[in-house]
Design a protein around this ligand. Sequence first.
Ligand SMILES: Cc1cc2nc3c(=O)[nH]c(=O)nc-3n(C[C@H](O)[C@H](O)[C@H](O)COP(=O)(O)OP(=O)(O)OC[C@H]3O[C@@H](n4cnc5c(N)ncnc54)[C@H](O)[C@@H]3O)c2cc1C
Length: 470
Amino acid sequence: MSEGTIEPIVEEIESIVGSENVSLSKIIRLSYSEDASPFHARIPGLIVRPAETLEVSQILRLANEYLVPVVPAGGRSGICGACLPRVPNAIVLDLTRMDNIVEVDEDSQTVTVQAGLRWAELIYKLSKLGYKVGFRGPFGGNAGTVGGSLSSNSVGCGSAKWGSSGDSVVSLEVVLPTGEILRTGSGWNPLAKKFARYATFNDLTGLFIGDHGILGVKTEATLKIYPLPEGRVFGDFGFNSVEAASKAMYEIQKRKLAEELVLMADRHTVSSYAPQLAEKYPEVESVLAVIIEEASEEIAEAKKKLVERIVRECGGFFIGTFFSRLHWGEMFNVVQPLFEEGYWYNTCHLRPIAMFPELVRKAHEIFRKYGVDKDPEITWVASALGIDRCHCTGWITLFLKNPEKKHILEKTWSDLRKVIIETGGVPYWAGLLWEEYVLPRVHYGFFDLLKRIKRTLDPNNILHPLVFGL
Ligand SMILES: Cc1cc2nc3c(=O)[nH]c(=O)nc-3n(C[C@H](O)[C@H](O)[C@H](O)COP(=O)(O)OP(=O)(O)OC[C@H]3O[C@@H](n4cnc5c(N)ncnc54)[C@H](O)[C@@H]3O)c2cc1C
């Protein structure tokens, strides 16, 4: 692991990015030792905010020369502690000044953006040009950046139809830990446009997606774009069990009918997330919200009819459009206010939709074991979001306002995470949230290869040391 100090290189870094883009202030450095998770980490030694790829490359070369650790950060909206330095005196490379749209290429229907661009801004600017991205960003997209999401396998808005963040990528520009600049996909040919991900060689794009910033710094990403839809329909459907709601979710997802599918799994969730629905429909245990977007109204309406038939066959019924409209219309504003319920003790992970009811059952058992279900000071959201073919996020998050109850919450949270892995779940991001549960179980061959790749690309281990235990 790198072990140099930053003092000798402060001036050189200032000469690369300008002194106004470097901070040694204690209070600012302190703020970079936290993200949106309950975790804390080491206080960095210096914060630097580059504006372009070449500056990132120069900083990484310098860091190698002086053996100083570097931690890339985007919006620091992660809820797993991924962007937090694990070693003291690191340089935090804050990418949020790199937030331009570089090019909209209508020939190949792609947009190239700098990695520090926030999703909310990308969506707004593209919509002015008549386009959307497929995966629209995580639900923290007001702060979350394209680079941060790709580095942590984010899933979220639009994932039912378009998959996870990585599925939308055609090409990446990455600065390797030693400072070389690389372009993946069709970008290996400097004369070619960035239009194809799988071209000529291996898929090197995939090497950097989900790497949590340990193999390179993403400076640009080229994403697929699509014309804005002309047909959009919404539907909320009530079910008397999570099993019935999950079955409908599975059947809809199997036929790829929806842009977005959100399942509120139990009455506690429906009551805390959409109290008006809970009150109006006392018999409803689970709510499935469906959003369909298509090129024309006719196609959207036809798909809605299929959805309604599936819902009926699974024992559900239409209860309006309030929740699906709110979820889609507010997109990045609807989840954020949940911070008012206290810190997020989340367990975000992937699992087949068919295995979601089992998770909810086990979560309820754990809540009963620790009395969480009877404690008015602890609340939770148990939810699932459709992804790709037929899997989903299992999103069970506990919220606590009273710090005196922290010990109860931590035991509950720990049991939940163990159960999730033991029942075949896999986290999409890892970070401080998941590493302790994931690393003891990772297959030797898999981990050994990752170690060797890391050693090859980052011989001095300067880039985000100790993440994944490396
Ligand atoms: C209200 C709220 C809702 C959320 N909803 C979701 C959700 O629906 N789905 C979801 O997946 N997450 C969600 N999150 C978590 C978080 O927003 C996302 O994971 C997001 O993708 C993180 O982006 P960021 O720019 O904030 O990354 P950061 O937190 O800054 O960094 C994340 C990781 O990426 C690395 N990194 C950042 N930028 C780069 C770069 N350019 N090159 C290399 N490495 C880099 C960091 O080192 C770190 O390991 C939510 C968070 C909040 C607060």
